[in-house]
Design a protein around this ligand. Structure first.
Ligand code: BG6
Length: 551
């Protein structure tokens, strides 16, 4: 059967797909149907989009979603599936098998999904014709993770669905459950043989959500448990930052252009700043966050992953292992901070009450399910270095925090000063060049350079050259989960983290969290909600004669 041919009924709102083309995940992606905003030009008439190709559709398969009644499933995973379905990027022979503890029928669960889509789908209103077809493919399977019989019957049910829906024995298992349940579910899957690719002749893949472990040892143990059942090539560990459009564009920017690579090194780069700023607090996840903190929640994964993409050597191809080998090389070359460096070069903070976007907000210790004496950090910043030929001596300043003044994720490459400051006596001696990649919001790339102010004198100012996704391509970017789920369905693991990458990242972060656990309790809270973190974060970078960028 040719899985790349769309055989779904062509009803209203379901345009026919173009002939399939081979692709890798990192090629520019064109979705078949795009959201159009009022008052914007027709994206199909945009010359920047001419010649883009449509996607291939994954093999027939069952998408088995554990934790289907949870928040992640409803906010992210199911809306992403709906969006893929709506745009003809899922096969007609598809079933969504929702697995959770609570009792539902197929119909009552579908009704609940529909309500969530009304809230969380990025494209509204819901496409009735597409939804009617998708709803027919939703199957609810009640299951307690400790219940052997329920796993046995899940296996039988999936075999039946292969016959009823033509899903051909292909199964993508998605664990959107509590991290503590992952080992038990995988053990059960192994017992029943859900991982066996021979059975029924189809493929079997597993997506695991972060957090993947809580330190180096627990991550290693978890990898061991997962790999007892699934081969590493079947495992897709999600870090949703890797699915963000602008993060993928970083690779295109670096390796699709000839002019940047020659200056992308210690000879030209003074330092790099990477910020993951959030204006939100812990949003009802107080209990989770108490166990996690900013270093486990953002530094170990999102921040270090962004750092690897900035710092990695060009891969020989965009195939999963070629790319991940290069990322791993960076992670392994990051200098593990010594106790002294942890004291002086890594700072943590916690927000107190304050104002964010004009609204008063409580401090972290006043959030629900948070210990009023909590020592959990909601902010982390650090100076990291990479011991390799390209980056030796170039500091990477990373920071992440909750309840900062705004949501802003940015990578800034700060270049060195010119060797001779010829214009230092003119008004407005220009600052060094900066290349800033805005990951979110207002996705785009900005280059700052010096320009002469028009007039008879020789005044110089720094000006910005700006590329904005929104106005250039005139389409909405897919959500990271759409990208990543589609890639897993297509068997492309390049945007997923491999076991050794996860462990290497933990080996950088674990000494930090262990050292903090042994140090006296910090004087928390130490920054007001709505500020850019504690003073110690400014001191950290100012000691080196630099400043955080004003974002
Ligand atoms: C998640 C963290 O991984 O990323 C959350 O657990 C955080 O605490 C979120 O809010 C940020 O993601 P995004 O896509 O909104 O930047």
């Amino acid at each position: 059967m040719d899985a790349r041919t769309d055989r779904r009924p062509k009803g209203p709102g379901r345009p026919a797909t173009a002939p399939p083309v081979a692709r890798t995940a990192l090629q520019l992606r064109q979705v078949a149907t795009v959201a159009r905003r009022h008052s914007r030009p027709d994206p199909d008439k945009n010359p920047l989009r001419e010649g883009l190709r449509l996607e291939r559709v994954p093999d027939p398969c069952a998408f088995v979603l554990f934790g289907a009644t949870g928040d992640l499933a409803h906010r992210k995973v199911i809306p992403a599936l709906y969006q893929l379905w709506r745009t003809n990027l899922l096969p007609a022979e598809f079933s969504l098998v929702a697995v959770a503890r609570r009792p539902y029928t197929n119909e009552s669960f579908a009704a609940e999904i529909r309500a969530s889509l009304e809230k969380y789908s990025r494209v509204q209103p819901i496409d009735e014709a597409a939804w009617a077809e998708m709803a027919k493919r939703i199957v609810y399977h009640q299951l307690d993770f400790a219940d052997d019989a329920a796993f046995d019957s899940l296996e039988t049910r999936l075999d039946e669905l292969d016959k009823e829906c033509g899903t051909a024995g292909n199964r993508l298992f998605y664990l959107a459950t509590q991290p503590s349940q992952v080992t038990e579910i995988i053990h059960q899957m192994g017992r029943v043989g859900l991982d066996h690719e021979m059975r029924g002749g189809g493929w079997r893949r597993l997506i695991v959500e972060k957090p993947f472990g809580r330190d180096f040892e627990s991550a290693r143990l978890l990898n061991h448990e997962v790999n007892k059942v699934f081969r590493e090539s079947q495992v897709y560990r999600i870090d949703h930052y890797l699915g963000k459009e602008t993060v993928r564009n970083l690779l295109v920017f670096r390796f699709g252009n000839g002019i940047f690579e020659p200056v992308w090194n210690r000879s030209y780069v003074d330092h790099v700043q990477i910020t993951v700023g959030e204006s939100i607090g812990v949003e009802g996840r107080g209990a989770f966050y108490e166990e996690t903190g900013a270093s486990r929640d953002i530094l170990q994964n999102h921040l270090l992953q962004l750092m690897t993409l900035v710092a990695m050597e060009p891969p020989s191809s965009f195939h999963a292992d070629a790319l991940r080998d290069q990322k791993l090389a960076v992670l392994r070359a990051i200098c593990i901070p010594t106790p002294d460096e942890i004291k002086h070069e890594i700072v943590r903070g916690q927000y107190g009450p304050g104002w964010v976007e004009g609204e008063p907000v409580p401090g972290y210790r006043q959030e629900p399910e948070v210990d009023p004496e909590s020592e959990t950090e909601t902010f982390v910043a650090g100076r990291f270095t990479i011991d390799d030929w390209r980056w030796s001596g170039v500091p990477f300043y990373l920071r992440a925090g909750k309840r900062l003044p705004k949501r802003a994720t940015e990578i800034a490459i700060q270049f060195k000063e010119v060797p001779l400051r010829l214009f230092r006596d003119s008004a407005g001696d220009p600052a060094p060049n900066v290349l800033a990649m805005r990951i979110q919001p207002d996705e785009g790339i900005m280059l700052r350079f010096a320009a002469k102010v028009p007039g008879l004198g020789l005044d110089v100012r720094a000006v910005n050259m700006d590329f904005a996704y929104d106005t250039s391509f005139v389409v909405d970017s897919p959500d990271a989960y759409e990208t990543l789920i589609l890639d897993a369905l297509l068997g492309d693991a390049s945007l997923f983290t491999r076991a050794d990458e996860v462990e290497a990242a933990w080996s950088v972060v674990t000494p930090i969290i262990n050292a903090w656990a042994e140090q006296p309790a910090p004087h928390f809270p130490d920054y007001a909600a709505g500020s850019w973190g504690p003073e110690s974060a400014d001191q950290l970078i100012e000691r080196d004669g630099r400043r955080w960028r004003r974002i």
